[in-house]
Design a protein around this ligand. Structure first.
Ligand code: BTN
Length: 263
């Protein structure tokens, strides 16, 4: 079990100043909202060894067995308008991608809008939940699921072709506390750029890591599939596809990327 004492004195400005570790929870996002209602400060991080009801985007469930990954939620209270919350969604993916490249020399990429993948298999996913008061976010919860020591036999049969973990990519068991500490430092660094309004750097890094512009893709949008060539992506506006019926724009909150063909 991870212990809070291991994360004392982390060299961070905001994210990770306070960490709460649990053995088994329904969802770390539920606990994070409870902490918000108790007045916990921005940057508080909830970590669980195991989640019984982890949730992903589009009400999908998130498989989070014991000691197999970073199952974590971060409480954020930035002074930004709600339309800019996509910045937070992408910094989670950027931080993981950068960590995998820097420390493990892995060819990690962002699959639009914010999955982290290696060789087309998902290693991490991010979910952003927001509650607003008078159209300003009261708090934003950034939920991170990052498969670390997940083994192939722990993956549900329908997902074996689509999921990977750091252990599966490197063949080595990873020290969970070391990688969690590193992840928090990377995430905090990117969060400081949100606070200091370095939006262009965030957006450019996200675009570079996603490498999707110019590819032919298929999206699922409200139960229908749409195909086309990606001609632009924008953090706030969404993805622009050139389709036989003309150019169309879709937002990440409403669309799932089903297939993409390499350039
Ligand atoms: C996705 O790819 O759909 C996002 C998955 C996010 C999963 C994480 S695990 C920790 C946190 N708690 C949850 O219930 N979900 C997020």
């Amino acid at each position: 079990m991870l212990e809070e004492i291991w994360f004392e004195n982390l060299p961070v400005k905001t994210i990770g100043r306070q960490i709460r570790c649990f053995k088994k929870v329904t969802s770390t996002n539920d606990l994070a909202w409870l902490e918000v209602s108790r007045g916990s400060p921005e940057g508080t991080v909830i970590f669980a060894d195991e989640q019984l009801k982890g949730r992903g985007r589009f009400n999908r469930s998130w498989h989070a067995p014991k000691d197999a990954g970073i199952w974590s939620s971060v409480i954020l209270k930035p002074d930004i308008p709600i339309e800019k919350s996509s910045l937070l969604m992408v910094i989670g993916a950027i931080a993981i991608c950068e960590l995998l490249k820097d420390k493990f020399k892995l060819d990690a990429k962002i699959r639009w809008p914010n999955d982290v993948i290696i060789n087309d298999r998902k290693i991490a996913g991010i979910i952003v939940e927001t509650k607003c008061i008078a159209s300003k976010p009261e708090a934003i919860i950034l939920g991170i699921g990052f498969n670390i020591n997940l083994k192939s036999e722990e993956i549900p049969p329908d997902l074996t072709q689509t999921i990977t973990s750091l252990y599966m990519e490197t063949g080595a068991l990873i020290d969970q506390k070391d990688i969690f500490r590193q992840f928090l430092m990377y995430l905090d660094n990117w969060y400081q750029k949100v606070l200091s309004k370095e939006e262009n750097e965030i957006s450019d890094t996200w675009k570079k890591m996603s490498g999707i512009i110019g590819t032919d893709i298929t999206l699922e949008v409200e139960g229908k599939t749409v195909g086309g060539k990606v001609i632009a992506i924008d953090l706030h506006k969404g993805i622009t596809l050139k389709t036989p019926e003309g150019d169309k724009v879709f937002r990440g909150e409403n669309a799932t990327l089903l297939r993409s063909k390499k350039k």
